[in-house]
Design a protein around this ligand. Structure first.
Ligand SMILES: C[S@@+](CC[C@H](N)C(=O)[O-])C[C@H]1O[C@@H](n2cnc3c(N)ncnc32)[C@H](O)[C@@H]1O
Length: 274
């Protein structure tokens, strides 16, 4: 099963044009491996037949499924832990002070994958900031991939998924066992609104965000794409809002409207001139 150079280039162009994700030469094995489930579903015998079918038709659902198959959806509850500690000890308390007169908080988990990130945020707020019950507190979670969003909306996770990062006490308190899976309580599920959204296409109208979690997605984009996303983010964030990126991501050298702040073994970004 060796993908031809032309077929690899085709997939790589399709994925880049549709999602911004870069697939550089050397990733042939990844393309082949990730397309296998789709081949089985479509009852096709090779990657070459799949690409032939894609080439023969205008962009449709199959093209989108190939793009989704090539996105990396790796995530976990309270991923990397330290950013969530910084949120609990420093960032949310500061936002609470700043928004006390409006009693309103808006949080965006951009590229939320299967939902562990926004649900971790919802659990953190419930656990540590009970006064937010009386506030209007929105958590919007978006992703390009409809399949991961369907899973996120279901709020259902395997034992393996809930074993990664979720403290046992939270599992018992916020989930109930459903067969071999664990389902998040309805009231936590309702705290998060999931929407399909491609970060590289025009963004739908959204309110200004007090806190943006855009973690572990920019690493897949080229410099030009990151620049465009940061330029939009500047408009989308409240001037005194907070931005959290993944551990390997930064605005430094890409957009100097942001300044990096560190604290509590973590780092975040704020607009230079709030
Ligand atoms: C590695 S996951 C990160 C999940 C979570 N933020 C975390 O840090 O654990 C990256 C997510 O980015 C999404 N993604 C990739 N390209 C995207 C795009 N152009 N627009 C929106 N989401 C995208 C993928 O579908 C995937 O779910």
């Amino acid at each position: 099963m060796n993908i031809s150079r032309e077929d690899f280039d085709y997939v790589s162009r399709l994925v880049h044009a549709s999602s911004g994700v870069l697939l550089e030469p050397g990733k042939e094995y990844l393309v082949e491996a990730r397309l296998q489930p789709l081949l089985r579903k479509e009852e096709l015998d090779s990657v070459a037949s799949l690409i032939a079918r894609l080439r023969a038709s205008a962009p449709n659902g199959l093209h989108q499924r190939v793009v989704e198959a090539m996105t990396t959806n790796e995530t976990s509850f309270f991923r990397d832990l330290h950013p969530f500690e910084a949120l609990r000890k420093l960032i949310v308390p500061d936002l609470l002070e700043r928004r006390r007169s409006q009693c309103r908080l808006r949080i965006w988990s951009a590229a939320c994958s299967t939902g562990q990130e926004p649900y971790s945020m919802a659990i953190l707020l419930r656990e540590s900031f009970p006064e937010l019950h009386a506030w209007s507190c929105e958590i919007i979670a978006t992703d390009i991939a409809s399949q991961v969003l369907d899973r996120a909306r279901s709020g259902r996770y395997s034992y393996h998924e809930v074993s990664r990062g979720l403290p046992a006490a939270h599992l018992v308190k916020y989930f109930r066992k459903q067969g071999s899976d664990w389902e998040i309580h309805e009231e936590v599920r309702r705290n998060v609104q999931f929407l399909a959204m491609n970060l590289t296409r025009p963004w739908p109208p959204m309110p200004k965000m007090d806190l943006v979690l855009m973690r572990n997605v920019l690493i897949y984009f080229d410099l030009d794409t990151k620049k465009k996303i940061f330029a939009r983010l500047r408009q989308q964030m409240a001037p005194d809002g907070y931005l959290l990126l993944g551990a390997a991501e930064t605005t430094l050298g890409i957009d100097d409207s942001f300044v990096r702040v560190s604290g509590d073994r973590s780092g975040w970004f704020r607009l230079h001139k709030p």
